[in-house]
Design a protein around this ligand. Structure first.
Ligand SMILES: NC(=O)c1ccc[n+]([C@@H]2O[C@H](COP(=O)([O-])OP(=O)(O)OC[C@H]3O[C@@H](n4cnc5c(N)ncnc54)[C@H](O)[C@@H]3O)[C@@H](O)[C@H]2O)c1
Ligand SMILES: [Zn+2]
Length: 383
């Protein structure tokens, strides 16, 4: 067939197929692919069909009204084209919805809809939908498969990969959960077009984190191209997202249950979590708190003689390029007091992930509190 004879639609499809990147995640229970490509949502049905547990499996899409309003039609169309029997179940997103009662309600509705062991869930939303639907899949009838189709930057580069699922308790975040690896993760950067500016920027800090901990060239790229990235240029976003996922997938493949290497993903999170807690989780978006935490950790690394002043200042400048960040509206003492309470504290010692150079970090448990205090003080004057 001559090129000119190919229909516009076909040409578009082959273009889409060319741009899909695959990243393989290897974990003990199962290995799976993360597929990344602009327009991938339109062929999600085919990809879901590929990982169906049996020919007569039914598909249950878990999503939020907001995500459904923007992208539900596109997903449903692709499921219909793939001739998959499906139902859509809605839940609210946002942090307050990430609770056991949400999971229980969804489980009841699955039973009402006659879901069984052969059913497959599709988690279609941000990290809250992904964590709840992932947890539901882990425990419904002692475990059914789930495909993640993440729709926020946070969910695409972080939450959907690695199999951590769960919900919050009154006492704290993610206190109930399970490891349950997805069958596949489908990442379409086009879906990010509808995110608010603040949500979009906030998620990018997790990508910047991936650059600092393990990928020098991702960091360089983000440092040099904030304008293109913030304009959500398709190709640029595909690169940033794919590179970030590669870092997470590498780390998770090497250390599925967070005993050693996986802790490097907590760069920026020790102080980030303390900031979130000190402001009752209502002042910062998670990524914003992580951004401030990364700046503080770089300050600590510099003062502790672990990295050069130049490295610390590059990390701070690159972080600020993806701002604005909300002011740190809490006292240094408040943040210091919350540090010990972090879930990642080991044996009463606060561990920090500290940069040695761009692309390489070290975990340190013996940082003098004066240095930590100064670092927290420093981010109060970031603007
Ligand atoms: N499991 C993990 O490894 C892991 C890792 C990182 C974060 N998380 C969890 O992820 C959660 C945060 O995720 P989040 O930031 O995606 O929050 P979220 O799921 O609440 O989504 C944030 C907001 O974006 C909206 N939204 C989602 N997709 C959209 C789209 N395409 N267009 C427009 N609006 C859209 C949602 O309706 C919501 O209002 C936290 O609970 C965190 O603990 C988990
Ligand atoms: Zn995070």
């Amino acid at each position: 067939m001559r090129w000119g004879a190919i229909s516009g639609d076909l040409r578009l499809q082959s273009f889409i197929i060319n741009l899909v990147q695959k990243i393989h995640v290897r974990t003990k229970p199962n290995a799976y692919d993360v597929m990344i490509g602009a327009g991938l949502l339109r062929r999600a049905g085919r990809e879901v069909r590929r990982v169906l547990p049996s020919l007569d499996s039914r598909v249950f899409v878990i999503t939020s009204p907001n995500v459904r309003r923007h992208w539900g039609e596109a997903l449903e169309k692709s499921l219909q084209e793939a001739r998959l029997p499906y139902e859509v179940l809605e839940m609210h997103d946002g942090e307050p919805a990430k609770r056991l009662h949400t999971v229980e309600q969804l489980a009841d509705r699955l039973v009402d809809a006659k879901a069984d062991r052969r059913s497959l869930l599709v988690a279609f939303g941000g990290g809250v939908v992904g964590d709840c639907a992932g947890f539901l899949a882990a425990i419904f009838m002692r475990g059914i498969p789930v495909v993640q189709i993440p729709t926020t930057v946070v969910a695409q580069v972080d939450a959907s990969i690695g199999g951590k699922t769960g919900v919050n308790l009154r006492a704290g975040k993610n206190l109930v959960g399970a490891f349950h690896q997805p069958r596949a993760v489908l990442v379409d950067p086009d879906i990010l077009q509808s995110l608010t500016e603040r949500e979009f920027r906030s998620g990018l800090f997790e990508s910047l984190k991936c650059g600092v901990i393990r990928d020098h060239s991702l960091f360089d790229f983000m440092e040099t191209n904030p304008k293109k990235i913030l304009a959500r240029n398709g190709r640029t976003m595909q690169r940033v997202i794919a590179d970030s996922i590669r870092v997470k997938a590498d780390v998770v493949s090497a250390d599925e249950k967070e005993s050693g290497l996986r802790r490097i993903l907590n760069f920026g999170h020790t102080i980030g979590h303390a900031l979130e807690a000190a402001t009752e989780y209502s002042h910062f978006l998670h990524g914003e708190a992580v951004a401030l935490g990364m700046m503080a950790a770089s300050h600590i690394a510099r003062d502790a003689g672990l990295c050069s002043a130049e490295t610390a200042s590059r990390i701070t400048s690159a972080t600020l390029a993806y701002g604005p960040l909300p002011p740190v509206a809490c006292e240094v003492q408040d943040v210091m007091g919350r540090l010990g309470a972090d879930k990642k504290t080991v044996g009463g010692t606060v561990h920090f992930v500290l940069p040695q150079k761009i692309g390489k970090v070290k975990i340190s448990g013996d940082v003098p509190s004066g240095i930590v205090h100064d670092a927290v003080e420093s981010i109060r004057h970031h603007a």
